[in-house]
Design a protein around this ligand. Structure first.
Ligand code: AMP
Ligand code: ZN
Length: 468
């Protein structure tokens, strides 16, 4: 298995610490809002990587965190806590926000046929571990207390810039807009491990610590959860490219300071999905969620297929035109698969040959478009009987997870134009009722639609819907 390693800047042969077993850590969402489809692209890439490793006969121990505290609007320690921002926006507590958006995230994952990692840990459940790690780092001179907060001193880390491969001057220029001067830090890239001095007096997630009541920084969460769930070594650590600096850089600095040895050998990063105007955002422009795409008549798997047609290391630009193309090709592909019958015996030699070719595509730095080309090659191969094609495609789909053999869920194939119009009229009628403070009527419209298995979803950008 060969994969691009951000740490070495090479496509490396993947060799885990223990033969045949992979400790895989994947940074999870900050649950202050819905995931946008860009975030979901990264989780699709990680899903393919996990299933690809399994296809290559590795046993994968995968862990993901859920960030419910400590992540500021800027990835450095400035700005507002994202969870507090979400709570203020919706007039709820951070706990309610975390709970609601965790469920929404898991539901998106399921719709996209992303396997939910067996181990998912909430950042707020591991405070004792962070305190233990921070205490040791202070004792050993890696961290210092300043003005009531605890910071990591990046000058003490071995080769702090090795993952990003950049020098501090370039990084400062790159992040100038997001790094605010914090007079409590010794060096501009020092980062918070524990905060007791907060600009936000209404921070309700806080815990006792040797340094006063406060809360952990964002980066220590992943190091702590990885240590607790996977032990002293992680084989492969993933996230989107924005995580390279500062998040993963800081994870390495802390974990290696705490453990006293190299921590993770392979770092894999998914390129971004941008929208037409550039960086995808949850607050500006159209907030591209999976529910929004579904409400427009696409299925979650159309979106998955759209992502898999590009290599995970290439930046992708979202457009409805490209999604239409993906939707149509997937629909045609599924129609072809549906014509196959399982009659007859499968040709085991041919199955083996195609599975080896598929393994080569996985080993080729997770080349998903090559994997999809193989699906078409199998369908076209006149030497193969249907039973053989079915056997091969089922094994491919254990990785691709395009539901090639599943019937389309009715709502996701296409909602008729009439039905769309009917729902939109009802939404408009309900908006009017809400405007006129006729909440009884608004609620009865919601119930009327629910009785028809149409679930309304109210978002800040308006109301969308989902077929139950
Ligand atoms: P967050 O919830 O902001 O912590 O991000 C969750 C995941 O999505 C992280 O792995 C990010 O690196 C990744 N991510 C953020 N923006 C994008 C994007 N536009 N395209 C792909 N992945 C992204
Ligand atoms: Zn992380």
């Amino acid at each position: 298995m060969k994969i691009y390693n951000t740490l070495t800047k090479n496509i490396d042969e993947f060799v885990p610490k223990v033969d045949g077993v992979v400790n895989m850590y994947t940074c999870g969402p900050t649950v202050y809002h819905y995931a946008h489809v860009g975030n979901l692209r990264t989780y699709i890439f990680e899903d393919i990587l996990e299933k690809g490793l399994e296809f290559m006969n590795y046993k994968v121990n995968r862990v993901m965190n859920i960030t419910d505290v400590g992540h500021m609007t800027s990835d450095a320690d400035s700005g507002e806590d994202k969870m507090l921002k979400g709570a203020k926006r919706e007039g709820k507590t951070v706990y309610e926000i975390a709970d609601f958006y965790t469920k929404a995230f898991l539901s998106d994952m399921e719709k996209l046929n992303i396997r939910i990692p067996k181990v998912i840990e909430k950042a707020s459940d591991h405070i004792d571990t962070y305190i233990k790690m921070i205490s040791k780092m202070i004792e050993e001179g890696y961290a210092y207390i300043s003005g009531g907060n605890v910071y990591f001193d990046v000058t003490k880390a071995t080769d702090y810039y090795k993952l990003s491969g950049k020098n501090p001057e370039d990084l400062l220029i790159a992040v100038r807009d997001t790094v605010e001067e914090d007079s409590l830090k010794r060096n501009p890239f020092d980062f918070g491990l524990w905060f007791t001095v907060s600009k936000f007096d209404n921070q309700i997630m806080k815990w006792d610590s040797p340094w006063g009541v406060g809360y952990p920084g964002w980066h220590i969460e992943c190091s702590g959860i990885a240590y607790e769930t996977l032990g002293e070594y992680v084989d492969i650590h993933c996230g989107g490219v924005d995580n390279i600096f500062p998040h993963h850089t800081n994870e390495i600095a802390q974990s290696e300071a705490f453990l006293g040895h190299k921590w993770c050998n392979y770092w894999c990063h998914g390129a971004h999905l941008n929208d037409q105007s550039g960086k995808m955002s949850k607050s500006k422009g159209e907030f591209l969620t999976l529910s929004l795409l579904i409400s427009k008549g696409y299925s979650a798997i159309d979106y998955r297929y759209f992502c898999l047609n590009s290599h995970y290391r290439n930046t992708l630009v979202f457009s409805y035109d490209s999604l239409d193309i993906a939707k149509n090709s997937l629909s045609k592909l599924k129609k072809k698969v549906a014509t196959l019958t399982e009659n007859g015996l499968s040709d085991e030699e041919a199955v083996h040959k195609y599975k080896s070719l598929f393994a080569l595509a996985i080993s080729n730095d997770l080349n998903t478009s090559q994997m999809i080309t193989l699906v078409y090659d199998v369908l076209k191969d006149s030497e193969l009987n249907d039973a053989t094609k079915v056997a091969i495609l089922k094994s491919f789909d254990s990785v691709l997870s395009l539901g090639l053999f599943e019937e389309d869920v009715e709502n996701e194939i296409s909602i008729s134009d009439d039905l769309k119009q009917y729902i939109e009229n009802k939404i408009e009628e309900r908006n009017q009722a809400k405007k006129n403070k006729d909440f009884e009527k608004a609620d009865s419209i919601r119930k009327e639609l629910l009785a028809k298995n149409i679930k309304l979803i109210d978002t800040r950008e308006g109301t969308t819907y989902e077929m139950e």
